[in-house]
Design a protein around this ligand. Structure first.
Ligand SMILES: [Zn+2]
Length: 247
């Protein structure tokens, strides 16, 4: 029990530091990590107050990812008290749309807990109407301030799709639907990327095109224009654990 309580205390520290880091300039991940270590311990319990702006939401994800990269995760918002707090309502501050890859779980790589993130995952973060509806839900209905579209290093789905485009061999079953959704990013990437860098270029093009499409989305666009929502791209490095935003 003592160990659990210390964990809760550290969780409180992280959220306060993350919020403080979001005031003013957005710091890089390392600056946020310094803030985490320097912050005094605060009262235990729920770490989450309202995250009022897209910039604060981004700062909080940056701080969580910095903790992940540094091996200093605190697993905030994972207590029984937190579970009770959010049992009857939810106010996730961010939506994360990423790949199904088993090595890219958003709650871990951003060090967040119960009720913090709304997560939608499909292979290579491909989307149809059903998926887009799920992406709209958090910002439009629950007030989420940030939508992160996150590709990742060495994406297997993109690798398979690129191989299929190159050989003309159709992917089996419904995997073909995933491949089809990656056709646009593939066409964009192959105009400029050398062959050995093509998979990575497609991953980044897929993220860029998805961000652009979501910013034009009928439900999301008014929120973006009003400053109530930001849609950002991210890239997760399997090697380092770091998320680079804006790519
Ligand atoms: Zn993937």
């Amino acid at each position: 029990m003592r160990t659990d309580r210390r964990g809760v205390l550290r969780a409180g520290t992280v959220a306060v530091a993350g919020l403080a880091a979001g005031v003013g300039l957005l710091p890089g991940p390392r600056a946020s990590a310094e803030g985490l270590r320097a912050a005094p311990e605060t009262a235990p319990g729920s770490t989450v107050g309202p995250v009022g702006t897209p910039a604060l939401a981004l700062a909080r994800l940056e701080a969580g990812n910095a903790a992940w990269v540094a091996g200093r995760v605190v697993h905030p918002d994972s207590s029984a008290a937190r579970r009770r707090d959010v049992a009857t309502h939810q106010e996730p501050f961010a939506v994360v749309f990423t790949c199904i890859d088993s090595r890219v779980p958003p709650e871990l790589v951003f060090d967040q807990g119960l009720g913090d993130l709304m997560v939608i995952r499909t292979a290579a973060h491909t989307a149809d109407g059903l998926v887009t509806g799920s992406l709209e839900y958090g910002p439009a209905e629950l007030g989420a301030k940030l939508l992160v579209v996150m590709g990742h290093q060495r994406c297997g789905a993109v690798t398979a799709a690129v191989r299929s485009f190159r050989t003309g061999e159709r992917l089996p079953g419904h995997l073909a639907d995933i491949g089809q959704d990656l056709r646009g990013p593939y066409e964009e990437a192959r105009r400029t990327a050398p062959a050995e860098a093509l998979v990575d270029a497609v991953i980044r093009a897929q993220t860029r095109q998805t961000v652009a499409r979501l910013r034009r989305d009928a439900l999301l666009r008014p929120l973006v224009e009003a400053g109530k929502l930001e849609v950002v791209g991210g890239y997760y490095s399997l090697d380092t654990g770091e998320v680079t935003f804006g790519r």
